[in-house]
Design a protein around this ligand. Structure first.
Ligand code: B12
Ligand code: SF4
Ligand code: SF4
Length: 226
């Protein structure tokens, strides 16, 4: 199937124009490795491309969760911003003659894996996507489309992590026994150490992001620019 270079450039240009920090394209052919529920075809028949959008959390307050204790309803600030970006991209693609579908959070697609498949960056020893400009300090969301966009090359190894172990050594829960991330250690620690900003608002543990030198470098640059 022929992929459309001109359309790809148009989509990228539009994303830059509306202020999206990161955009990447993953070929849907890579998704057979995931459970059926987590494949793009489960969301939109005829999907050709998964579009991954990234939002740089330039202020940690954007990583806050708000949950109404009575109703159980919750929202996340950065996720709400990302959903808005997804809507804009969906409308733009519709104007070019193609369908797309914003991927719901659950069952969803595996977002950091999708970003690595799109060639945005590798998954580091911290078990998270590392981007060139913002380290791991990004949140992700995706939409899938019938548009045949030109896709990135999957990245399977982290060039950043070779001589480094900082995130592993910094984790307060020691959630990387033998160097591999273990969610059954991370999750209970993170839940019992939420930073509560108010009765309904909390921020999750972020130390495996904040300790990474590639996150720090970008923060420093941002503060220097101001
Ligand atoms: C469930 C979940 C959690 C659970 C369990 C975590 C887990 N990884 O199992 C809990 C609640 C504990 C959690 C914690 C956190 N999470 Co979380 N979480 C998710 C969620 C919903 C699914 C993750 C998942 O199951 N991935 C699939 C499995 C298979 O991946 P995995 O086992 O973690 O990692 C394997 C693959 O990545 C693979 N791999 C390695 N390299 C490559 C390369 C390629 C090409 C491929 C295909 C695969 C691959 O090897 C890894 C090890 O086996 C995603 C959102 C989403 N829909 O994707 C967010 C997400 C991964 N979380 C995120 C974040 C930020 C966090 C936290 C920092 C908390 C916070 N402040 O929000 C911590 C970090 C923990 C850590 N170091 O990984 C972000 C990550 C952003 C980024 N820069 O990567 C995501 C993408 C949410 C988002 N909307 O942006 N999380
Ligand atoms: S979120 Fe916190 S507890 Fe979990 S792996 Fe990262 S640093 Fe460790
Ligand atoms: S702290 Fe070091 S090992 Fe961990 S993700 Fe960052 S570069 Fe890789």
């Amino acid at each position: 199937m022929e992929r459309n270079k001109r359309l790809t450039e148009k989509v990228k240009k539009y994303c830059r124009k509306v202020g999206i920090d990161i955009v990447g394209f993953a070929d849907t052919k890579h998704y057979n490795r995931f459970p059926e529920d987590n494949q793009p075809q489960n969301y939109l028949k005829g999907s050709q491309t998964v579009i991954i959008l990234g939002f740089h959390l330039h202020d940690i307050i954007l990583d806050a969760w708000n949950q109404n204790q009575k109703t159980g309803k919750s929202y996340h600030f950065a996720d709400a911003i990302l959903e808005n970006f997804c809507n804009l991209v969906k409308k733009f693609i519709k104007k070019q003659g193609y369908d797309s579908k914003i991927i719901s959070y659950s069952p969803g697609l595996f977002l950091k894996d999708s970003a690595a498949l799109a060639g945005i960056g590798p998954i580091g020893k911290n078990n998270l996507l590392i981007t060139e400009h913002f380290g791991s300090q990004v949140r992700l969301r995706a939409l899938t489309t019938t548009a045949p966009l030109v896709c990135g090359t999957p990245i399977s190894e982290s060039k950043y992590c070779k001589e480094c172990n900082i995130c592993i050594e910094s984790c307060p829960a020691s959630a990387f026994p033998d160097g591999k991330y273990n969610k059954d250690i991370c999750r209970p620690y993170a839940i019992s150490h939420l930073k509560n900003l108010s009765e309904n608002t909390a921020i999750w543990c972020n130390i495996c992001i904040e300790s990474c030198p590639f996150t720090k470098i970008e923060y420093k640059k941002i503060f220097e620019k101001k």
